[in-house]
Structures are given as structure tokens and as C-alpha cells.
Design a protein around this ligand. Structure first.
Ligand SMILES: *Cc1c(COP(=O)(O)O)cnc(C)c1O
Length: 454
């Protein structure tokens, strides 16, 4: 076997031409979405007023193992993919570990994260359907940026509801979106019914993803020629993100490397789901075994402290009900600095895999995450996003365990993005004024008590 390079690059023609749909191989399928009014399972057609038709079909598709990626999307992928799989030689040396650490770096595009992989697909299907534009929410701003890039590329209008705390903390994110032609509104706003209602109920609220979603859905359904798009949680998004896992696996296979541990941060579950899909597929088909770890913030611990029940996907309760690990749709996470990990629920695919014990989960504290980010930045050079740094923290912990046991495990983690827009958070950390808010059992129980009884 030849020596493993610092960066394992695939060639352009090794970009996947089909997405892998892990649901096809799952024995226990994710539970169906339910109509919030009747409690009946939804069909693809029921979603057409909210989502693009092709995306609604993908959302419901539990059967096709592979779904062709349209050529226009593959061409767009060529502008920034394949992304490199990096061997973290410098981090290994710093930790003095026998483990081999690899990370799949998705931060090499202007949006600075993996979210562009799904944004371009969703914009493509909206364009193909002849729509005028799309509406969406954004938390930390990465999704809104990615979507703005994708809609600009296809000449669509883009209306973004941005969680108020991020809108204020990250004014430069907003300007990137506006540069790509998007309109950005802080949420909760006074321009939708649901925004006004939330502002009344929680005066002075910082906003949450759940409430920005409600506003964006209302904006889509009340304007002709608009549909709503979402950057995480949905099964269609995990499908698009399977390009991450497919490329990772192809790169590892090229050098005959068998991963032992695969780690991803988990907000709504899209990068994690995309990274692990091909590997979980092998587990489901009995071909291989992996230790897969989802990492979430201790401040928003849906897998590790939530319940696996049907819940609303949004605070305004206008979206379908999904069965997922959730903290309750009214859960208002403390304004921690990993905005992309503040959603109250988890992808129904990731939830089912976790419930079936195919993957495990752990939660980490904010200051520990930034300590890991700092270490990583200093030795590997990349300034990581706070979200991604959750995976870094656990990759380091796992590598240090190998130091104890002497095992040379292959540890692979997803480095989902860069942290250039998170410098307020880094400033807090550098100034030693960052806190580690962890919700109490009572707070979580109170919020979970409001889940629908199904
Ligand atoms: C949005 C985001 C995440 C979390 O979202 P998932 O859907 O859980 O992947 C993680 N990292 C970055 C950089 C993000 O922008």
C-alpha cells in the first residue's frame, strides 16, 4: 500500500452521479410524516402546496436505493467538489496518538459549509417546476448563504427568515446573502401572522429555528409561485448530503483504509446522515461494522436527553408532524454559539438509526468544543465552524483513548465548515467569558409535555 497523502483527492469524474438513499436498506423505516390536523400519514401530493413536487417525492421515497443526480447539479458540484479527505497527520502528532485521523472538509466554498450540496439540488427542482422563488429560514446563516448562492445560479428569488440572535450577531452573513440577491428578515418578524403571535407570546425573544421555519412556511404558502425549502432535518436533505459519505468512502477505498469510528456533529442530522449513509448501508446489509457517533451540544441535546415521539417541526405548528428525538417544539435553547446545532428535533432517519442502536450519541459542552477548535486550528491550519468543532472534540477524545489502549484505529470525522463568521464566539472564548448553559430536566420535561399526544 502506498503512503497515504495529506489530502486524498478524487478526480472530477469521481463525483457521485447518484445519491444513495439509506432508507431503502433500513429494515425499520423512519416513521411517516403525519397531517397535523387529522393525524393521518401524508402522501407526496399532500406536500405539494409547501414543497416542490420532485422534492416531495424524494421526501417520501423509502424504496429506491439510488436516485440519479441531474447533470446540471453534477456540473455545479464540479465547481467545489470533490471535497478533500484530509489525513490529520499534524493533529495526530500533537496528540501523540497511534490513531489515524481523517476529516472530510466541506468548508471549501463561499457558503463555508456542506449546506450547498442540498441547496443547489433544491433550487434546481424549484427552477424545473417553473417557480418564481423560494422561502426559507436560517439559523447561523450557513443555510441561507448556501441557498442564496444556489438561487442566484438558477435566477430564482430567495426570501430568508434569519433567527434574530444570528441576524444581530452576524451582520456580515446577511450581507453575503444580500450580495447573492436574497432578502433577509430577522425572525420572529412582524410581517407574518405567526411571527406577530410569537412576538406577543415571548416578548423580546431571540428567536429559534422552529419559529423562523413557521414564518418561512407562511411566506411560501401565501405567495403565488413560491415554495418552502429547508436545509436540514428532512429526508430529502440527507439524501442530497449522501455525496459527502460516498466521496469519503471512495477516497478511503482508494487506499484500502477501513474506517473504525465515524463521527459527525448533529443539529438536524443532515451532514451526519449524509456522511454515514453509505457506511450504515453496509451495516444494514451485514457487510461491515462501524462505531458511529453523533455529537450534539449539551445545550440542545435532542438525541441524548430528548424523547422519541411525534412532534411539531416548527414553533408555529404549521408543518407536518414528524417522529423524531425531540426536546419539544417550544424548546428555546440558550443562545449558544453553534447556531447550526440549535434545532429542537433530529432527522427521522438519524432518529430511527439511533433508536435501532446502529449509531450512538454523545453531548459536549461549549467551552470544551472551543478548546478543541483552538487546538485544531493551531495544528491543522483550518479555522473550524463551532458546529464542526463538536465532531473535532469527540475525534480528539477517541484518539486519546487509542493512546491509552495502543490501538491504531482509523477515525473519520466530518469537518462541515469554516468559522469566519463566528468570530464573536471565538472572541468570547478568547476573553474567557463563554458559558456552558445546560438545560435542566425540568425545562426539558416542561417543553416535552407540549408534544402532541399520538
Ligand atoms: C448547519 C450546519 C451544521 C448542522 O446541521 P446538520 O443538518 O446537523 O448537518 C453543522 N455544521 C455546519 C458548518 C453547519 O452549517
Amino acid at each position: 500500500m502506498s503512503e497515504i497523502p495529506y489530502k486524498i483527492y478524487l478526480s472530477e469524474n469521481e463525483i457521485p452521479t447518484a445519491w444513495y438513499n439509506v432508507r431503502a436498506d433500513m429494515k425499520n423505516k423512519p416513521a411517516p410524516l403525519l397531517n397535523p390536523g387529522t393525524g393521518e400519514p401524508l402522501k407526496a401530493e399532500d406536500l405539494y402546496p409547501i414543497f416542490c413536487e420532485e422534492l416531495s417525492k424524494q421526501e417520501m421515497n423509502n424504496d429506491d436505493q439510488w436516485i440519479d443526480i441531474p447533470g446540471e447539479i453534477v456540473d455545479f458540484y464540479k465547481m467545489y467538489r470533490p471535497s478533500p479527505l484530509v489525513r490529520a497527520y499534524c493533529l495526530e502528532k500533537e496528540l501523540d496518538t497511534p490513531a489515524h485521523i481523517y476529516y472530510k472538509f466541506e468548508g471549501n466554498n463561499t457558503s463555508g459549509s456542506h449546506k450547498l450540496n442540498s441547496a443547489i439540488a433544491q433550487a434546481y427542482y424549484a427552477k424545473k417546476q417553473g417557480l418564481k422563488g423560494v422561502t426559507t429560514e436560517t439559523g447561523a446563516g450557513q443555510w441561507g448563504t448556501a441557498l442564496s448562492m444556489a438561487t442566484a445560479y438558477f435566477g430564482l428569488d430567495c426570501q430568508v427568515y434569519m433567527v434574530k440572535v444570528s441576524y444581530e450577531q452576524k451582520p456580515f452573513r446577511r450581507e453575503v446573502m444580500r450580495t447573492y440577491g436574497a432578502t433577509v428578515t430577522p425572525s420572529p418578524s412582524m410581517s407574518t401572522n405567526v411571527g406577530r403571535k410569537i412576538n406577543e407570546e415571548f416578548p423580546g425573544t431571540n428567536g429559534s429555528l422552529g419559529c423562523a421555519i413557521s414564518e418561512a412556511v407562511e411566506a411560501a404558502t401565501s405567495q403565488e409561485g413560491y415554495r418552502y425549502v429547508l436545509g436540514s432535518v428532512l429526508s430529502q436533505v440527507l439524501l442530497h448530503q449522501s455525496v459527502i459519505g460516498l466521496e469519503t468512502k471512495a477516497a478511503l477505498d482508494k487506499y484500502g483504509i477501513k474506517a473504525d469510528t465515524i463521527i459527525g456533529c448533529a443539529g438536524g442530522g443532515s451532514n451526519l446522515g449524509g456522511l454515514i449513509s453509505p457506511f450504515v448501508g453496509q451495516m444494514l446489509r451485514g457487510e461491515a461494522d462501524y462505531d458511529i457517533i453523533a455529537v450534539e451540544p449539551a445545550s440542545c441535546p435532542s438525541l441524548t436527553r430528548g424523547s422519541y415521539v411525534y412532534d411539531f417541526c416548527d414553533t408555529g405548528r404549521v408543518c407536518p408532524l414528524a417522529k423524531m428525538y425531540t426536546l419539544g417544539s417550544n424548546f428555546m435553547p440558550a443562545p449558544n454559539h453553534a447556531g447550526g446545532l440549535r434545532y429542537h428535533g433530529m432527522s427521522s432517519i438519524v432518529s430511527q438509526l439511533y433508536d435501532d442502536k446502529l449509531i450512538r450519541a454523545t453531548s459536549v459542552k461549549q467551552t470544551d468544543v472551543f478548546a478543541a477548535a483552538e487546538k485544531f486550528a493551531r495544528v491543522e491550519g483550518i479555522l473550524p465552524a463551532p458546529e464542526s468543532s463538536h465532531a473535532i472534540k469527540v475525534a480528539i477524545d477517541e484518539a486519546l483513548k487509542c493512546k491509552e489502549t495502543g490501538e491504531a484505529k482509523n477515525i473519520v470525522f466530518g469537518l462541515t465548515g469554516t468559522g469566519y463568521f463566528d468570530l464573536v464566539a471565538y472572541q468570547k472564548y478568547n476573553d474567557g467569558v463563554m458559558d456552558d448553559y445546560i438545560p435542566t430536566d425540568e425545562e426539558i420535561a416542561k417543553s416535552l409535555a407540549q408534544c402532541p399526544k399520538i
